[in-house]
Design a protein. Structure first.
Length: 328
């Protein structure tokens, strides 16, 4: 069986929350352990600059994120992890690819339109418009064949496929067109009911949150507004706590649904059950995180080893690209 190459990354935003785990990390770990894929994971520190120029925390945020990756189960012996900014070939391939796509094609990207709306952007930088082109360079530099993504990222992969096709047609075969691999449970609703869990919105549960913190946060979570007290029939389908149960407490989900609807279960008790489940899920991650924090040399070694492996792959690809193009 041919082992397929996976490339996937995250912007370094510091400590991760359970939404990151559910939307990406869990999938990466399953794929890594399936024996069918070779994973490469990118700390996308250049991508951070597309929506903010302050780079003062990028290094620390990258390390915090790496610790969460390792604590959750990414194995550096199977899955190299590296920073985009340490491998200069990303910028070279990005430049070459930027000649292979029109600005009007990038402006039609629906994900970009959503970002403009969500971030209330009045003006967009040239770099932000080209975000999917840099992402294409990230994927194709490692000859990524499969990209695990949520549905909102599928249009970006389509752009990557187009660029790979265009390059191959113009200069000769170098790249495989990558295919998206949809993440099954791609999003977790925020504690305030916002469709997206986000640290900046203050509506998240971090992978490093101890039980008391999880409890305090979940106590404030919004539920079905029509269920005011125990005894009132509830509507689990509109309740975010129920969506957390679906993910972290699947064995009790039918009972919770029935008891919520009948009014037998009150929201406070339901939330406390949820606290127990989420906290027991987080317990080993927190323990591993503490172990890693007390051995930072190991964490930095993981990073430099990943960067060495990533660099080797990137150099090979750029060498092929240059040869086909007759440059350099
Ligand atoms: S009982 Fe649970 S599922 Fe039902 S509305 Fe309250 S918190 Fe939500």
């Amino acid at each position: 069986m041919k082992i397929k190459r996976i490339l996937s990354g995250m912007r370094p935003t510091g400590k991760l929350h359970i939404g990151h785990y559910v939307g990406a990390l869990e999938n990466w770990i399953n794929l890594q352990n399936s024996g069918q894929y070779q994973n490469f994971h990118l700390i996308a520190d250049y991508h951070v600059l597309t929506t903010g120029l302050d780079s003062s925390n990028i290094y620390n945020d990258s390390i915090e994120m790496l610790i969460d990756w390792l604590a959750s189960g990414l194995d550096p012996n199977k899955s190299p992890m590296f920073r985009q900014s340490k491998i200069k070939e990303h910028t070279e391939l990005h430049l070459i690819f930027s000649m292979l796509i029109t600005t009007s094609r990038l402006e039609r990207n629906p994900t970009l339109k959503d970002q403009v709306r969500d971030l209330n952007l009045e003006n967009m930088s040239y770099g932000h418009l080209g975000y999917p082109v840099l992402q294409t360079a990230d994927i194709l530099l490692y000859k990524g064949e499969v990209v695990p993504v949520g549905e909102d990222q599928v249009p970006h992969i389509e752009i990557s496929r187009e660029i790979a096709r265009k390059f191959n047609a113009q200069y000769g075969e170098v790249f495989i067109e990558p295919i998206p691999l949809l993440t099954k449970f791609s999003r977790l609703v925020g504690l305030d009911g916002n469709a997206k869990m986000s640290k900046s919105l203050g509506n998240s549960i971090l992978l490093s949150d101890e039980k008391e913190i999880v409890k305090a946060k979940l106590k404030k979570a919004v539920t079905d507004p029509q269920k005011l007290r125990k005894g009132d029939p509830g509507r689990p389908e509109v309740c975010l706590v129920f969506s957390y149960h679906k993910k972290f407490n699947s064995e009790e989900i039918n009972l919770i649904e029935t008891d919520c609807k009948s009014g037998l279960l009150g929201c406070f008790d339901c939330k406390m059950k949820c606290v127990e489940k989420i906290s027991s899920f987080l317990e080993p991650i927190i323990a591993k995180r503490k172990e890693l924090e007390s051995n930072m040399n190991y964490v930095l070694d993981v990073l430099s080893d990943g960067e060495r492996k990533g660099k080797l792959e990137a150099e090979k690809t750029i060498s092929d690209v240059r040869a086909k193009m007759g440059i350099g």
